[in-house]
Design a protein around this ligand. Structure first.
Ligand code: ADP
Ligand code: ZN
Length: 218
């Protein structure tokens, strides 16, 4: 089972991906997390990615595709993958399809988490993330039990540099112009299922899990 989670920044992809990947037993691959790890390690790729991420722009397709294809070739991905944040452009989607079909594999399901624009801006500017395990918190709606500390691992919470209001707007513009076309691309394949993302985390994940389980016939 190879699944793509599609949705705007702030739609809840990261939160849902972690929950679902665990339940279904898929390798969770988050392009943004991979870029942030590269930055933290000071690699050349990390430095390239940083300059784009700071401005709310997409990292160029060639480097992004190379990084993801390298990641999905790892042995833990044989059991199935849950892609979160990739693909984000038509070019990336086509490169992914091509690479997977060479291996006799393919994308089975694309889950689109739909959330309105106003809600996205509200959520992103309130988002804090655990430095250690990347768990996201919403300081208004889903606050941590102890202020500034992660419930799961006690790590320090921080606000991402690209979660400031100006960069958030830029990222949403980029999403509408470059990533929205993927919804059309995947709906033509009959693999796309839309889920209402403006409900509680639990309700959204129940829906998403139900869709996946019906596909795998559980
Ligand atoms: P969000 O989905 O909330 O924007 P991510 O962590 O997925 O957060 O992405 C953060 C940034 O990383 C993006 O704004 C972009 O600069 C870069 N990035 C992540 N995934 C991709 C991708 N598939 N293609 C290009 N850039 C990406
Ligand atoms: Zn944590």
């Amino acid at each position: 089972m190879n699944v793509i989670l599609l949705g705007a920044p702030g739609a809840g992809k990261g939160t849902q991906a972690v929950l679902i990947a665990k339940r279904i037993g898929l390798a969770h691959i988050a392009s943004g997390d991979l870029f942030r790890q590269e930055q933290a390690s000071g690699s050349e790729l990390g430095n390239i990615a940083k300059s784009y991420m700071e401005k709310g722009q997409l990292v160029p397709d060639d480097v992004t595709v190379k990084m993801i294809l390298g990641r999905i070739a790892a042995p833990d991905c044989a059991k199935g993958i849950m892609l979160d944040g990739f693909p984000r452009t038509l070019e990336q989607a086509k490169a992914l399809d091509e690479a997977m079909s060479k291996e006799g594999k393919g994308i089975d399901l694309v889950l689109y988490i739909k959330v309105s624009n106003e809600e996205l801006i509200k959520r992103l500017s309130r988002r804090w993330i655990c430095r250690d395990c990347q768990a996201p918190y919403n300081i208004v709606e889903v606050p941590p039990k102890v202020s500034g500390k992660c419930d799961k691992c006690n790590g320090e919470l921080y606000q991402r540099a690209d979660d400031t209001e100006e960069t958030v707007r830029k990222r949403l513009d980029v999403y509408f112009s470059q990533t929205m076309p993927l919804i059309e691309y995947y709906s033509q394949t009959g693999k796309l299922t839309e889920v209402d993302g403006e409900r509680s985390i639990g309700e959204v994940s129940e829906d998403l899990i139900a869709v996946i389980e019906s596909r795998i016939g559980r």
